[in-house]
Design a protein around this ligand. Structure first.
Ligand code: ZN
Length: 326
């Protein structure tokens, strides 16, 4: 089974947290584990952070110090064979930096909030800057907050910015509330497909490729346990990152806590306890193809990293770790 370890490489959007604790340190810990298995990962870099830092560093010199650590880490990742691709949280456009903290107006949370021309300009600019600092060509995309629909807004941008594949969709994923909207209820029963007008619909002649994040169905108890371990699990369950996430909407929270739902296969926190189970289920279902794991370094814990280590160790014979570049 081709296995992709994909990371959303970013700060938090509630309270942003520090670059050291929320990006650099957990990424170093991850790389130490990957090195044991000579495994390479795909880093979807939230490049908006670096662009905004660059714009403001003449007023806040400390931004240059922290962003240069991130740029150095990205260069090191590339030099060591890891893959760098594009992750866009477009609300960085309005982000403000005051008293050592980022704040994020939600107006441009979705790329869709821009006109077609603005959207194209933004994506091209973000992609160009990521290519400039990483030194490699970038053709892969993951939408911030899973917000890729409706795709007709982004199709022209993908074509003109030369983006060829996407890894945003996950089977069963759904949040119907406001700015967070996405709905991946009906997607092909495949681990990869071509598309043109909609990443959730296969089009054999499509110009883009969707490589969906793997997911599995969980009962509400899963999220109750997740909250429990986060609050009372002690040090090993404590997230390494020192910020917190943007509120996902109370209705979404209630839905997850009181009805069954799908969740992504993930290295984050308590979710990492399902890596092996989800992998074995995935093999039974698809036999071959791709198994795509997602992670956010900011949300790793000692527990979740040790679960990843165990997973890579136990399944070493069955998985072939790949990146999108190869
Ligand atoms: Zn993100």
């Amino acid at each position: 089974m081709n296995t992709y370890i994909t990371l959303d490489y970013e700060l938090f959007f509630g309270k942003s947290g520090t670059v050291d604790k929320s990006i650099i340190e957990p990424t170093q810990q991850l790389v130490r584990i990957l090195n044991k298995y000579n495994a390479k990962a795909v880093f979807f870099v939230d490049i908006g952070y670096l662009i905004k830092s660059q714009q403001l560093e003449h007023i806040h010199p400390e931004l240059k110090i922290s962003s240069s650590k991130v740029i150095k880490q990205i260069k090191d990742l590339v030099a060591n064979g890891h893959d760098i691709q594009l992750h866009i949280h477009s609300h960085w456009e309005d982000a403000k930096y005051e008293n050592g903290e980022w704040t994020f107006p939600m107006k441009h949370y979705r790329l869709h909030s821009f006109t077609d021309e603005e959207c194209l300009e933004l994506v091209k600019r973000y992609k160009r800057y990521l290519e400039e600092i990483s030194g490699v060509e970038v053709q892969g995309f993951r939408a911030g907050g899973w917000c890729i629909q409706p795709f007709n807004k982004l199709k022209k941008t993908f074509l003109e910015a030369d983006i060829k594949f996407d890894s945003t969709v996950f089977k069963g994923g759904k949040n119907i509330h406001g700015a967070h909207y996405y709905n991946f209820k009906n997607i092909p029963n495949l681990t990869e497909w071509k598309f043109l007008d909609d990443p959730c619909i296969e089009d054999k002649d499509g110009l883009f490729t969707e490589i969906p994040i793997s997911s599995y169905r969980v009962s509400p108890f899963f999220f109750w346990r997740l909250i429990f371990f986060k609050k009372f699990g002690g040090l090993k369950h404590k997230q390494i990152g020192d910020g917190f996430a943007v509120n996902n909407g109370i209705l979404q929270k209630l839905r997850l806590l009181f009805s069954g739902s799908y969740t992504v296969v993930s290295i984050d926190g308590y979710k990492a306890s399902y890596l092996k189970k989800a992998f074995l289920k995935h093999i039974r279902r698809y036999k071959t193809g791709n198994f795509v794991v997602i992670g956010h370094p900011k949300a790793f814990s000692t527990y979740s990293l040790s679960k990843l280590d165990t997973f890579l160790h136990e399944q070493e014979q069955q998985i072939k770790i790949k990146t999108f570049r190869n």
